[in-house]
Ligand binder design. Structure first.
Ligand code: GAR
Length: 195
């Protein structure tokens, strides 16, 4: 089986990109990161990609702070296709994906979200869990559809909410689990997609 080619889209620190890259380097994930793209030109994610010698690019969102313009989605789809990407992994990408990109990669876009979906979709899910005094939360790798964090779950990990948890401590423990399940989920999908 050949290595699956990944495209990674993110907006922030890129720790999930790092987890995927580290799993590849460690030999636990047979994959190649073909392209990293970010809507944030100062994202640490881009710095990490540069340091790792991985092709990377900034997405031109035409000055919109949250919207993902249709033209930009076409451009991303084309760049991912040109890079020969098989599977698109969202890693902290904070814009909603719509038809042009979803149609270019049907059932081949996945995301990692910091809650046990369907609980706590949307922004800063760890804050939602703590504010609602949930006894446990976690993270979910799921297929991306046109809704916000509504696609079919692929893999989940539970994280207990501790009595003395702060937003920061809870998010950190959720991220530890994200870094384990994201490479595992990609590994499982790779076997199916390339079979
Ligand atoms: C992760 O915790 C991820 O679950 C979250 O953004 C963070 C990105 O971290 N994504 C969402 O909330 C998407 N709804 P990273 O840039 O260090 O990978």
């Amino acid at each position: 089986m050949r290595a699956i080619r990944l495209g990674i889209l993110g907006s922030g620190s890129g720790s999930n990109f790092q987890a995927l890259h580290d799993a590849i380097v460690a030999g636990t994930l047979e994959a190649e990161i073909a392209l990293v793209m970010s809507d944030n030109s100062s994202a640490a994610l881009l710095h990490r990609a540069r340091e790792s010698g991985i092709k990377h690019a900034v997405i031109d969102c035409r000055g919109f702070s949250t919207k993902f313009p249709i033209e930009a989605q076409h451009e991303v789809a084309q760049a991912l296709r040109e890079a020969g990407v098989d599977l698109v992994c969202l890693a902290g990408f904070m814009r909603l994906i719509k038809a042009p990109l979803l149609d270019a990669f049907p059932n081949k876009i996945i995301n990692v979200h910091p809650s046990l979906l369907p609980a706590f979709p949307g922004l800063e899910a760890w804050k939602q869990a703590l504010d609602e005094k949930a006894p446990e939360t976690g993270c979910t790798v799921h297929f991306v559809d046109s809704g916000m964090d509504t696609g079919t779950p692929i893999l989940q990990a539970k994280v207990p909410v501790l009595e003395n948890d702060s937003y920061t401590s809870l998010h950190a423990r959720i991220q530890e689990q994200e870094h384990l399940i994201y490479p595992q989920a990609v590994c499982t999908l790779a076997r199916k997609l390339l079979a």
